[in-house]
Design a protein around this ligand. Structure first.
Ligand SMILES: NC(=O)c1ccc[n+]([C@@H]2O[C@H](COP(=O)([O-])OP(=O)(O)OC[C@H]3O[C@@H](n4cnc5c(N)ncnc54)[C@H](O)[C@@H]3O)[C@@H](O)[C@H]2O)c1
Length: 429
């Protein structure tokens, strides 16, 4: 029988940290989880999971005996030599990545030749080198450093852990790179062994490219609206070209979430800081911001002034199957509608608590039909499956108006129209 995989520590128990912890526990490792948020740690110790990610609470429960949660780093250092860092790296006001949480972790490290920091957090290219320099300067150069960027998608994060398209391990040829590669080996994924800077850039470039694809198809959609073409047909025709591919060719009301907006901006800033003007990414960001606002124009086209009109947002999370509201398009849309004088009503199957913390003046409903009652217009913001199953004849019976704006091209256009409602999609004249 082969030996159990080695124990690990995970520092930061958010979306990435918890999925990493649960995934490696499933593969047989003992996992020592550390977070500075005492409330979160108390919940996790009590068997509760503070975030919504399909299958995560079940997997954590199934491997409870291998998982420990603490606010203290000490026990983790005692039992594990690989310290996976999964703390947040949000954007600063300038668009650069805020690395304060990463630095707080680095500062808490002992001088130990037996440990390695394994960076899962998304950090600008050059961060690993800067951290290694700082460690040497502080006499802690014995601590090894590995860049192992994370590519999971919220909503399918566990599947992404189990079946990654690739595992990227960037290191300087120390023992730690081999140890990380060995941990991931049972997953059988293609392994990219490279240097630290290149591993960091793989992550930023991947997200920037996907965001570029989205902004590109959104611009095609906007031109389709002027020219009579149907962007869904166009995307299908383009996507069958294997050089292009179908994924991330879905037009909509812009990308959001905790990664794309900040990572695109961080890469643009990173380039700028070196004196290079990354023009393409400037456009990707601008197109995305305008895309969120185009919905307002569509509502005005049919309703005229929005003062006093009730607009229902179906879905608030930045995408289905998550409660994550970070940079969700719904935030910009709700604020714009309120600025135009509209009353905003909303329903989301899981993100209401998160949404309440970030939105003011929005009326929350308990179901899609409740949210639609008396509405002058509905906007599909997040394509949760339950919205694609709405009985539009029932919806038409309770709405005051007749307009449905499908911000994700996810609804059955014929069913909406068949109920006597007006359908407005994205890029579908
Ligand atoms: N969420 C995603 O879909 C995703 C995907 C790939 C990569 N990433 C990257 O992974 C990183 C983490 O993202 P997330 O969404 O999991 O963040 P998150 O905000 O959900 O979780 C971060 C956690 O780190 C904890 N933390 C902060 N400072 C700490 C410290 N000094 N010591 C211990 N814990 C600390 C916080 O309390 C929080 O629980 C980010 O860099 C992000 O860009 C995220």
């Amino acid at each position: 029988m082969s030996a159990a995989p080695e124990p690990i520590a995970v520092i930061g128990t958010g979306y990435v940290g918890l999925v990493t912890a649960a995934g490696f526990a499933e593969l047989g490792s003992d996992v020592w989880c550390v977070d500075i948020d005492a409330e979160k740690v108390a919940l996790l110790r009590a068997g509760e999971v503070p975030i919504y990610e399909p299958g995560l609470s079940e997997l954590l429960a199934a491997h409870r005996e291998r998982l420990r949660f603490s606010t203290e780093l000490g026990p983790a250092l005692e039992h594990a030599r690989l310290l996976f860092v999964a703390v947040g790296t949000p954007a600063t006001y300038s668009g650069d990545a805020d690395l304060s949480a990463v630095h707080a972790v680095v500062d808490s490290m002992p001088d130990s030749g037996g440990h390695a920091l394994v960076m899962k957090s998304t950090v600008p290219c050059g961060t690993g080198a800067a951290i290694s320099r700082a460690l040497v300067a502080r006499g802690r150069g014995a601590l090894a450093y590995v860049s192992c960027p994370e590519f999971l998608k919220e909503g399918s994060a566990l599947e992404d852990f189990r079946h990654p398209d690739r595992v990227v391990v960037g290191d300087e040829g120390t023992w730690a790179g081999d140890a990380v590669a060995e941990l991931y080996a049972p997953l059988g994924a293609p392994l990219v062994r490279t240097d630290i800077a290149s591993a960091e850039m793989v992550k930023l470039a991947s997200n920037a490219f996907l965001a570029t694809k989205i902004s590109f198809i959104n611009e095609i959609a906007n031109v389709c609206e002027e020219t009579g073409a149907d962007v869904e047909e166009v995307a299908r025709g383009m996507g069958l070209d294997e050089r292009i591919g179908t994924s991330f060719l879905r037009p909509g009301i812009g990308f959001g979430g905790s990664c794309f907006p900040k990572d695109v901006s961080a890469l643009k800033q990173l380039a700028g800081n070196t004196g290079y003007h990354f023009q393409l990414l400037g456009a990707v960001i601008e197109v995305n911001e305008l895309q969120k606002r185009r919905v307002v124009g569509k509502l005005q086209k049919h309703l005229g002034e929005l003062v006093g009109k009730t607009v229902t947002l179906l879905g608030l999370a930045f995408k289905p199957n998550t409660d994550d509201m970070r940079e969700a398009s719904s935030l910009v849309l709700a604020a714009r509608l309120q600025a135009e004088g509209a009353h905003v009503r909303a329903y989301d199957p899981v993100a209401e608590d998160e949404a309440r913390e970030r939105m003011t003046g929005v009326e929350f409903a308990d179901s899609a039909l409740d949210a639609l009652a008396g509405a002058d217009a509905a906007v599909l913001v997040t394509e949760w499956p339950e919205f694609t199953e709405i009985e539009w004849s029932a919806a038409a019976g309770v709405m005051a108006g007749t307009l449905v704006v499908d911000g994700r091209n996810a609804l059955d256009r014929d069913a909406v129209r068949g109920a006597g409602l007006i359908y407005e999609g994205v890029g579908r004249a």
